[in-house]
Ligand binder design. Structure first.
Ligand SMILES: NC(=O)c1ccc[n+]([C@@H]2O[C@H](COP(=O)([O-])OP(=O)(O)OC[C@H]3O[C@@H](n4cnc5c(N)ncnc54)[C@H](O)[C@@H]3O)[C@@H](O)[C@H]2O)c1
Length: 306
């Protein structure tokens, strides 16, 4: 697999997972548009890529600003002559339990992730439709969006929205040769150090290194990924998972009649029985196969949880 002659725009490429993705794409021969709010970090990423013999250009700005999104596509075309893939990765957290969450904390997180994904994906899709070249989108969601995580109503809503948006783009843009997929990464970055503290590596293999997310993202940017589209992958350590979010797991019917309240009271428990689920609220994050919070068992390797 190679990204030689490919041009990939990566948002939030100044720090963390995005920076490692940018370095990976460059190492595989691709040219990178580093899109980053933190201009100094973005410039450092460009320098690091160039020092390694790669090609990169910086677009500094807020990815949720449509003018910046347009500038990202323009930079790819003007500097490198084409745009092959976009990795939407930029974002931040404003964690707070729901009753304490302010409207600003809600808006800021929805804006950076959801409008940010929209703006850059939209600019790229318009370009790909007009250029007739096809293209590859990779969005960045989170298990907080798929499963729900305490204290992250804003972030989880945005990340669930990223998955829904990607699956609809995948359907609508198939006719233009555009594929759209999503990764749910897990890695030790400044974003998660606040939530999980420092989690060290061990014996030459650091499961939670952000380096480990980059190969799968680069693969999804490459022709080797073929027609894979509308899919959601969990990516952490040496693990790649396939998620099937928001799928019906049980159903009841009422013989072609409207339900009465009594019939629902009698029938609804059958949904939970069929699905093997408790009716009470569940900690869905406890279903994760690999958890950053389970530090006690990390020395023995990640813990299979279900
Ligand atoms: N680290 C994890 O375990 C984890 C888990 C699930 C999802 N994610 C997602 O992965 C992505 C990367 O997270 P990370 O852990 O590397 O965090 P990070 O803070 O290290 O990196 C995020 C980058 O995005 C940039 N950014 C923020 N707002 C921006 C904006 N408006 N415009 C342009 N750039 C902006 C930041 O400056 C930073 O460089 C995020 O979307 C995050 O939600 C991370």
């Amino acid at each position: 697999m190679s990204l030689v002659d490919k041009v990939v725009a990566i948002t939030g490429a100044g720090h963390g997972i995005g920076r490692r993705e940018a370095l990976e794409v460059a190492a595989l021969g691709g040219s990178v548009v580093v899109a980053e709010f933190d201009a100094d970090a973005g410039a450092e990423a460009v320098k690091e890529i160039e020092a390694g013999g790669g090609r990169a250009v910086l677009v500094a700005g807020d990815v949720a600003d449509t003018a910046v999104a347009d500038a990202i596509v323009a930079a790819a075309v003007d500097t490198f002559g084409r745009l092959d893939a976009v990795v939407n990765n930029a974002g931040f957290l404003r964690d707070r339990t729901f009753v304490k969450m302010t409207a600003d904390e809600w808006d800021d997180v929805i804006r950076v992730h959801l409008r940010g994904h929209y703006a850059v994906a939209h600019a790229a899709c318009v370009h790909w439709r007009d250029a007739g070249t096809g293209g590859r989108l990779v969005g960045t969601s989170s298990t907080a969006g798929l499963l729900g995580n305490f204290g992250q109503a804003n972030y989880g809503a945005a990340k669930a929205g990223v998955v829904a948006m990607s699956s609809i783009i995948a359907q609508e843009m198939a006719r233009y040769g555009v594929v759209s997929n999503v990764v749910c990464p897990a890695a030790r970055t400044r974003m998660t150090s606040g939530a999980y503290g420092e989690i060290g590596g061990g014996e030459g293999w650091d499961f939670w290194s952000p380096d480990n997310v980059a190969p799968m993202v680069a693969f999804l940017c490459s022709d080797a990924a073929g027609t894979i589209s509308g899919k959601v992958f969990g990516v952490q350590g040496d693990v790649v998972e396939l998620y099937e979010p928001f799928t019906s797991v049980a159903f009841i019917r009422n013989g072609e009649r409207r339900w009465t309240q009594d019939e629902l009271a009698a029938g609804v428990p059958g949904l939970f029985a069929q699905a093997g689920r408790d009716p009470e609220v569940e900690n869905m994050m406890a279903r994760l196969r690999f958890s950053m919070t389970d530090r006690s068992k990390r020395a023995a390797g990640p813990v299979a949880q279900g």
